[in-house]
Design a protein around this ligand. Structure first.
Ligand code: SF4
Ligand code: SF4
Length: 455
């Protein structure tokens, strides 16, 4: 195992000590609400992290020259025993939803703390062989390689379209393999992938109001092609010239959240080079999870590294599509919004609300659609259970959170649930099927697009 320091910006003791144990975050934490366990609360997790920090930063005791029987001081590897299976379990069970940050009166930056804890786990803890292989494949071999994402997507599409999925479900083999719940959350693979749009420029409708670069995502390019197409239509329809830089890759959010810091840094480096800032007024994304990480690329590099200096102006240009459109103003003349008679409710995406502190922009855009009735969703600030790959790694907890979410969504009487992140869309779509709520699940820009194209 490596003893190398975790690269990038690491928390100091003061970052942990900012937690004053007030407990105001407990009721905002989805895992504490599920299990009522201090160790699965933000406060409890920070307490465990402080213990690791103190052990890691403790100086080994100096040998007493008078005591000749004393053994030699251990090297830093003696600290490894502090990363216990129990610590890993409590940190793994955290959704990294950052709801605790929003409510914390002491401004604890919990996201940074948990991602650092995960990087330590990645460095110092030996997970079971299959888990290690799966993580290596996903974070190092698959996500950084669009060609491999396309291959895996084609295999899955074959499985979904040619009767294998129905067969696997009907025979019960998935249950036998313990994969039934995970398989139900599998997204539908698109007929045609968004990859073919990379490198293209889409002209603005009417007079150009802005020139933006579109960040297209990784898995989204094989599962959310229609959403990406709709985003481009809404942006161009509002006077934006949209460039889709060809060399862009996965943002690295999934790797960063999982503690695979070097893989996230590699992806960040490539994306920093792929978006020449001087050419664009903004870098726009329709994925709140990606946007949150793109806006924090500077955290992945220490202040002395050249990438840090690149990441600072880069983050200043990143905009969530709802944030960008709300500040630009949806055009009343270019492609005006037409009435949609629909009752909808809005689920806040954690990395938009808690990660980027954006609450009003999506609601403002929805309210701009004539005829649309927006009903507030109780507990919309609580995670739906998607949380990156959480629904795959912690499926039971994820499904429990989803069940709660669907119950609240059904109670609103809304015909559609609207959100602002592809991961949430997948989870909520699975929820409507599992709980038979017969509700549509849409991204904010899909509704704007529908309204713009309505006759
Ligand atoms: S609200 Fe903030 S300060 Fe209070 S216990 Fe939670 S993390 Fe600590
Ligand atoms: S990030 Fe979310 S799940 Fe994790 S401790 Fe904070 S509120 Fe709880």
């Amino acid at each position: 195992m490596s003893t190398a320091p975790i690269p990038g910006q690491n928390p100091t003791y003061e970052d942990y000590a900012r937690c004053v144990h007030c407990g105001l975050c407990l009721s905002a934490c989805p895992t504490y609400r599920l299990w009522n366990l201090e160790a699965d609360s933000p406060r409890g997790r920070i307490h465990q992290m402080i213990h690791i920090w103190q052990t890691e930063n403790a100086k080994p005791a100096q040998p007493d020259p008078a005591n000749t029987k004393q053994s030699a001081p251990a090297d830093s590897t003696h600290l490894r025993g502090t990363i216990t299976a129990s610590f890993v379990d409590h940190i793994d069970k955290c959704l990294d939803c950052r709801a605790c940050e929003t409510v914390c009166p002491s401004a604890v930056e919990y996201g940074k703390l948990v991602e650092h804890a995960r990087a330590i786990i990645e460095r110092d803890y030996q997970r079971p062989l299959f888990t290690r292989l799966a993580r290596k494949f996903v974070f190092r071999e698959l996500l950084p390689r669009p060609d491999r994402i396309a291959i895996v997507a084609r295999v899955l599409r074959f499985y979904q379209r040619f009767g294998l999925q129905s067969l696997a479900r009907a025979t019960g083999i998935l249950k036998l393999l313990g994969l039934a719940d995970r398989e139900r959350l599998l997204p539908r693979i698109d007929d045609s992938f968004f990859f073919k749009q990379l490198g293209r420029t889409f002209p603005a409708v009417g007079t150009r109001r802005a020139r933006v670069a579109f960040f297209a995502g990784c898995i989204a390019q094989v599962t959310f092609t229609q959403l990406n197409d709709a985003t481009i239509r809404v942006l161009t329809g509002n006077g934006c010239e949209v460039v889709v830089p060809a060399a862009q890759l996965c943002c690295g959010a999934l790797a960063a959240h999982a503690g695979v810091r070097d893989a996230a840094r590699d992806l960040a480096r490539k994306n920093l080079a792929a978006f020449p800032l001087e050419n664009f007024d903004a870098i726009v994304t329709n994925a709140a999870g990606c946007g949150s990480t793109l806006k924090e690329y500077d955290h992945l590099f220490s202040t002395g590294e050249p990438e840090h200096a690149q990441a600072v102006p880069f983050r200043a240009k990143v905009r969530d599509v709802t944030e960008f459109l709300a500040s630009l103003g949806v055009s009343a003349t270019l492609q005006p919004l037409k009435p949609l008679t629909l009752r909808v409710t809005y689920q806040d995406s954690c990395h938009l609300l808690h990660g980027q502190k954006i609450r009003n922009a999506p609601r403002q855009l929805l309210s701009a659609i004539p005829g649309l009735e927006l009903v507030e969703l109780p507990h919309s600030e609580i995670c739906c259970g998607s949380a990156g790959i959480y629904n795959v790694t912690q499926t039971e907890a994820s499904l429990d959170l989803l069940a709660d979410k669907m119950r609240h969504a059904a109670a609103t009487g809304a015909e559609a649930i609207v959100t602002a992140n592809p991961g949430c869309l997948l989870q909520l779509r699975a929820g409507t099927q599992l709980h038979h709520t017969n509700q549509e699940v849409l991204h904010v820009v899909e509704l704007l697009d529908r309204s713009m194209r309505a006759s």
